[in-house]
Each structure stands twice: as C-alpha cells, then as structure tokens.
Ligand binder design. Structure first.
Ligand code: VGL
Ligand code: ZN
Length: 202
C-alpha cells in the first residue's frame, strides 16, 4: 500500500497568511491532481495553542526567525501561525479535502514544536502516524505540501527512520529557505535515502 502525506497546506503558509511560504498556494492544483493515484491519503495540520513556545511573541526581546534553546535543543522562532481554531489554521480553500482518510494534528503541546508528521521536535514523542500507516499496511509514502525544508523535509526523514520507503514530490512542495535550509535538507535526504521525483513521474 502506498500513502500520500499532504503536509500543512494551510492558509497561514500561503501568500497572505501569517508565515507565508513563497508560492505556497502553487502546490494546491498539483496535490488535487495526484491524490486519486494513491491507496491512502493523509493530511497533516499544524495546530498550535496561542501561547506556543515556537512563537517569537512568547520570548521577551526575540524576533521571528531568531532561535532559542528549548528543553530538546535549538528551536527557530516563528510569527504566530496556525493557532488552533483560527482561520489561518484552515486548509487552503481550494485544496480538495474529500480524499483525506485521516488528518493528523501536530504541535499542539505548548512546550514542543513538531515539524515532522511522525515525531515531535524532541524526536521521541510520536504523533501516532507511524502506527496508523503500519496498521493499514502501508510500506511506501510520498510527500507533498509545505514547507519543503521544514515539515515536509523532517517528515520524509522520519518516514525512512520508521522503515517506510519515502519519496518527496518536488513540484508538489514549496520551501521557506531560511539561511540555506533547503540545501541542508536535500543533503539530509540524500544521506538518509529519501528519494525525490516530480509529479509527472508518479
Ligand atoms: C512549519 C514552521 C513552523 C511547516 C510549521 O509546516 O513547515 N514551518 N511550523
Ligand atoms: Zn508551526
């Protein structure tokens, strides 16, 4: 069984949102087109409490895109985004939500961010996605969504770590690209054995 993981295609990550990924909305038609090709489609949704510690607003004297050290290590600080129940946390209005068989929410604990769809940023607390996919007989995952160099990227690395064959569909993703983070992620993928394709190759 092959699953498509659609990562964080939410208003706040699209142009006009709180943490816009350049051309973030360009992934929507690509994802809508490819979803019917998969046995299983899972969406993720970044889902933070209003006082989440990944928000610069929670750290005196800190600005977005600076870093702090939290209990589990270094954490980039972001503008407030994807607050639980807010409009910005909604999926992009043009994303076809009908094929989603499960929706995994992440980043809902104040103290821990969660880029990966599989584990929170402490690299230990599971989201439950691994068990969901395994119990549904999945052996291979493809990844699409936002952002290539954060939530998509770390999800792909953790997918391999969980024993799935993992492939990122590059034209179905867009990057934030903070200080070389996209190139750094590509190198991590290569070392870990994450594959990359374009949607034309599916
Ligand atoms: C993301 C930064 C903060 C992402 C989520 O979806 O890539 N990036 N929260
Ligand atoms: Zn977030």
């Amino acid at each position: 069984m092959r699953a498509l993981l659609v990562i964080d295609v939410q208003k706040d990550f699209c142009p006009g949102g709180a943490l816009p990924v350049p051309e973030g909305d360009a992934v929507v038609p690509v994802i809508n087109r490819i979803m019917p090709r998969y046995d299983i489609v899972v969406f993720t949704q970044d889902w933070h409490p209003a006082d989440h510690l990944s928000f610069a607003s929670q750290h005196e004297g800190k600005a977005p895109f600076e870093t702090v050290t939290l209990a589990y290590g270094e954490q980039v600080l972001w503008p407030d985004h994807c607050v639980q129940g807010s409009e910005g946390a909604e999926f992009h209005p043009d994303l076809d939500v009908r094929p989603a068989q499960a929706i995994i929410r992440k980043g809902f604990r104040r103290e821990v961010d969660s880029y990966s769809a599989f584990f929170e940023n402490d690299h230990a607390t599971p989201t439950g996605l691994e068990g969901y996919l395994r119990s549904r007989g999945v052996d291979e995952v493809h990844l699409a969504g936002l952002a290539t160099d954060f939530c998509v990227g770390f999800s792909a690395l953790d997918a391999v770590r969980c024993g799935f064959v993992a492939t990122v569909i590059e034209d179905a993703c867009r990057a934030i690209d903070l200080e070389g983070s996209l190139q750094a992620m590509r190198e991590k993928w290569q070392k870990a054995g994450v594959r990359t394709i374009t949607s034309a190759e599916i």
